[in-house]
Design a protein around this ligand. Structure first.
Ligand code: COA
Length: 328
């Protein structure tokens, strides 16, 4: 059975930045509150003519270039997103057109855990022999789905995209993936309008159901409870322990969540990747953005063991344990 290895990581951030000072002018908040409660200083915002498929295509093309893989070699494209360009066609198809890919392409919806779910799907496709080269992208433009009068959500989210090129390999890359979901927590974080349950309507707009609604403190408690559990489950299935982890790369939602999780796992802060201050919570893009920062900083070396861990709406959670085999 072939292994699934990561050849390259890359990311894309839109140019425009939205700082905490900008948000102070929109809602009753302060830079001090946002930084101390979340760790976020600024986030990037897509240009008016940019949509999720544009960000996805830019990150995907950068990852292919870095891997030295031609578009024609890609035989599966998975785009994890919660903010697709439209309900259909899939953002993956729109991004594929922009990248010049002609392969099966689909969107994966698992909210902020989407990137880990996508790594799981890509790994299965490669290990089964069905695919050889898979492009996995996480892309979100959540700023289009935020109520900029709601200080509980508008301070958190930013736009971005990140991508991995994964390929069949003789060397082990992805060692284990553990995923979970619990629909009983669906109401804690949702965007209700625009689907079949609540189609777009004047009433839906009047109720603000076209915006993200979140119970922040309950999501916080879920995250700090569930991430250590799923990380340990994935490590155990990979035959490893927390002591083997070179880098913990958690979904970047709140620096206090990351710190609590690291403490509960007994992983020192020096081995935890933090990439929230300049990008905020970028949903499916957050893990590859953090990984790309590690890579471009020269801190990712062959043989490093990565624990990539996500959580989000659904509720969903997941962890992927990976040995880095890509370029240094
Ligand atoms: N600026 C200033 N004050 C704010 C504020 C803001 N942006 N947002 C909330 N507050 C206030 C609240 O109104 C509350 O005031 P009160 O005590 O007078 O009622 C106080 O700050 C504390 O609110 P609370 O919601 O308990 O804050 P918190 O410490 O839980 O932080 C979050 C709020 C959203 C930052 C935090 O709950 C969080 O990060 N949750 C996880 C969210 C998440 O990760 N979502 C994505 C999952 S993928």
């Amino acid at each position: 059975m072939p292994h699934a290895a990561i050849l390259a990581v890359a990311s894309y951030l839109p140019e425009r930045r939205l700082t905490n000072a900008d948000l102070e002018r929109l809602v009753d908040t302060s830079d001090e509150w946002i930084v101390s409660r979340t760790g976020i200083c600024e986030r990037h915002v897509a240009a008016p003519d940019e949509s999720t498929s544009d960000l996805a295509a830019k990150a995907g093309a950068a990852a292919l270039a870095r891997a030295g893989v031609a578009p024609a070699e890609v035989d599966l494209l998975i785009v994890a997103t919660s903010s697709p360009d439209m309900l259909f066609p899939a953002t993956a198809c729109l991004a594929a057109r922009k990248m010049g890919l002609s392969c099966p392409a689909f969107d994966l919806s698992a909210a902020c855990t989407g990137f880990i779910y996508a790594i799981g799907q890509a790994t299965s496709a490669i290990e089964s022999g069905r695919s050889r080269t898979v492009l996995v992208i996480g892309a979100d433009v959540l700023t289009r789905l935020i109520d900029f009068t709601d200080r509980g959500t508008c301070i958190l989210f930013g736009d971005g995209a990140g991508a991995l090129v994964m390929r069949a390999s003789e060397k082990p890359g992805v060692l284990g993936v553990h995923l979970g979901a619990d629909g009983s927590g669906a109401d804690l974080l949702s965007l209700r309008a625009g689907g079949s349950a609540r189609p777009c309507s004047v009433e839906a707009l009047r109720d603000g159901d076209n915006f993200i609604k979140m119970n922040g403190s309950e999501v916080f408690k879920f995250a700090v409870r569930q991430i250590p559990i799923v990380t340990r489950q994935a490590l155990q299935e990979s035959g490893l322990t927390v002591d083997d982890v070179t880098w913990l790369v958690p979904h970047q939602a709140n620096t206090r969540i990351t710190a609590t999780v690291a403490e509960r796992l007994g992983i020192p802060a020096a081995r935890v990747v933090e990439r929230i201050a300049d990008v905020g919570n970028t949903s499916t893009a957050s893990i590859p953005l953090a990984l790309d920062a590690l890579y471009t900083g020269g801190n990712l070396h062959a043989g490093d063991v990565l624990a990539l861990v996500g959580f989000g709406a659904g509720l969903t959670w997941g962890a992927a344990i990976v040995t880095w085999t890509g370029e240094e």
